[in-house]
Design a protein around this ligand. Structure first.
Ligand SMILES: Nc1ncnc2c1ncn2[C@@H]1O[C@H](COP(=O)(O)OP(=O)(O)OP(=O)(O)O)[C@@H](O)[C@H]1O
Length: 241
């Protein structure tokens, strides 16, 4: 029997009161692959990502990480799953470098100094290494969140709109980062509003609309070029290409 998928959602749905945020769906992610989730505001992308991270429980269905039920509180899960969310959780009195040192220490990474230096340079934060979060621009803060995920071990990387607030150059570096992650064998689940980013990095794209999967396949099949650049098929009223 082959290895189980890194992440497997089976029959997962999420209902809040009377609202179905996520209709029943299945998703498998293998190591070294990137699945991108696209869709309008409120279509259920972040709900799915939170469930995948074990931060929220599905109303139905199961979530397995490496063949075992996903449990965010399991130390093995916390050691192997990195999440870059949409909220900037920084300590106001720790510098950029101290944040990265803290994450490295918390995850048992020894002698992280050189690697932290590399990550700082990679995210264009070297000149801001000694700055407090309050002195960073919003794009630099987003880069710090990404850098925090890079200084710790990970087999699964969950990214919720990581392109937010990044300029085109920083978005290109983000695409390079995601491609390097998958090349290193990390499985990446990417929530994004950016079709170009999804096309650049994803092996598969899922489009959600009102909590339902309305398109699923290779980026070239799912993503079409619209008047304002890449858009997704489901955006056209009749779903036609
Ligand atoms: N804790 C909650 N309680 C009630 N409803 C919620 C909760 N979280 C999300 N929802 C609802 O579930 C639906 C899906 O929300 P979700 O945040 O997953 O959308 P999204 O696709 O990530 O949107 P965006 O692109 O705006 O980030 C929305 O209608 C939202 O209002």
């Amino acid at each position: 029997m082959g290895a189980p998928p890194l992440l497997e959602l089976s029959g997962v749905s999420r209902v809040y009161g009377k609202r179905t945020a996520l209709a029943t769906m299945n998703l498998r992610l293998r190591s070294g692959k990137c699945v991108a989730l696209l869709g309008h505001n409120g279509s259920g992308k972040s709900t799915l990502l939170r469930i995948a991270a074990g931060r929220d429980r599905p109303s139905t269905g199961t979530v397995k990480f490496d063949g075992k039920p996903m449990n965010e509180n399991d130390p093995a899960v916390r050691a192997r799953v990195a999440v870059v969310g949409d909220t900037a959780a920084c300590y106001p009195d720790l510098t950029v470098r101290e944040h990265l040192q803290l994450v490295a220490v918390a995850h048992g990474v020894e002698d992280a100094g050189d690697w932290i230096g590399h990550v700082l340079a990679d995210r264009m934060l070297t000149d801001h290494a000694d700055a407090l979060p309050g002195a960073l621009s919003s794009g630099q803060l987003q880069s710090l969140l990404l850098a925090s995920a890079m200084v710790r071990p990970r087999d699964l990387l969950l990214l919720d709109e990581p392109e937010q607030r990044l300029d085109p150059g920083a978005r290109r570096r983000l695409a390079d980062l995601i491609k390097k992650e998958t090349a290193d064998g990390v499985g990446v689940l990417l929530v994004t509003h950016h079709g170009e980013l999804a096309r650049a990095v994803a092996d598969r794209v899922l489009v959600l609309s009102d909590g339902k999967v309305v398109a699923d396949g290779h980026p070239d099949k799912v993503l079409a070029t619209g008047t304002d650049g890449l858009t997704w098929l489901a955006e056209s009223p009749d779903g036609a290409r």
